[in-house]
Design a protein around this ligand. Structure first.
Ligand code: BEZ
Ligand code: FE
Length: 285
């Protein structure tokens, strides 16, 4: 039986591209080992083929069910870990997710991205700096998140376009600030084959509440990351394994009208303090 595996791997020996050869031979080795380990039956093989077919059929220009499958199997976070571990003090990365929209409005320091949402405001601020603490003036923060109903603008016809999205430049001292609402936990799309697999394996589809950020600056490695709400549910069972301890921050409640007036928000409001640390572009693992 082992001869079969050796024969398939041998058939790939002359693959001209050495990286493709390495990947295909390792894939066959692991796929055959997996199949032997579980003793895959005819019916199970066919169920797998049907599952992958349905996953492909669920994909269109708005829905990428294969990426969702990768996310829920922890594959996306593993690829992220292999490729985007900037090391040291740099802000850790996590999944991009399917709801990023390029070209969000550029906004001024302290402006609100909540175009239509009555929930209490959260004022998010901090400094973009390098691992030695040096501020990075002009760093670009691209921010997006769910409304207080747990939906992104692109999922919800009742929200105006670019609700809860905005781009901000850090000031000369590296500081940034924006006003938003507290993000909510939400379910990843679970009406397709991936949702079926989650249910069959006794898993929930919920993500811990988070604000997305892509932070970039000339001469530094960009980071795709989140700020997680420390009070959120699902921090230890996020459906896509995206939570990292270093990205969890308290949303501190304030009731003082004076503080609210100073920040230009109604009371009560929340503050979140979070620095982003970018590694120099030259630093490689
Ligand atoms: C998100 O955070 O937007 C997300 C990430 C992975 C799958 C679904 C949603
Ligand atoms: Fe998200």
């Amino acid at each position: 039986m082992e001869d079969l595996t050796a024969a398939v791997i041998g058939r790939l020996d002359t693959t001209p591209d050495p990286r493709l050869r390495e990947i295909m031979q390792a894939l066959v080795r692991h796929l055959h080992a997996f199949t032997r380990e579980v003793g895959l039956t005819d019916d199970e093989w066919l169920a797998g083929v049907k599952f992958l077919t349905a996953t492909g059929q669920m994909c269109d220009d708005k829905r990428q069910e294969f990426i969702l499958l990768s996310d829920t199997l922890g594959l996306s976070m593993l690829v992220d870990e292999i490729n985007h571990d900037a090391g040291g003090a740099a802000t850790e990365s996590t999944v991009l997710g399917p709801f990023y929209v390029a070209g969000a409005p550029l906004r001024d320091y302290g402006e609100s991205i909540a175009l239509a949402d009555d929930a209490p405001r959260a004022v998010v601020s901090g400094v973009v700096r390098d691992p030695d603490g040096k501020p990075i003036p002009g760093a670009l923060l691209d921010i997006w998140q769910t409304a207080s109903n747990g939906r992104y603008d692109v999922q919800d016809p009742d929200q105006p376009p670019f609700n809860l999205r905005g781009r901000f430049h850090a000031r000369d001292d590296g500081s940034y600030r924006f006003v938003t609402v507290r993000p909510m936990c939400y379910s990843i799309p679970d009406d397709g084959p991936v949702g079926g697999l989650l249910r069959a394996t006794d898993r929930h589809p919920w993500r811990a509440a988070h604000i997305h950020a892509i932070v970039s600056a000339d001469g530094y490695r960009p980071v795709t990351t989140h700020i997680f709400d420390a009070d959120s549910d699902y921090l230890d069972s996020d459906a896509v394994f995206g939570v990292k301890e270093s990205l969890i921050r308290p949303f501190v409640r304030h009731d003082d009208p004076a503080g609210a007036a100073r920040l230009g928000v109604p009371a009560p409001y929340f503050t979140v303090d979070h620095d982003f640390v970018l590694a120099p572009a030259a630093r490689r693992r």
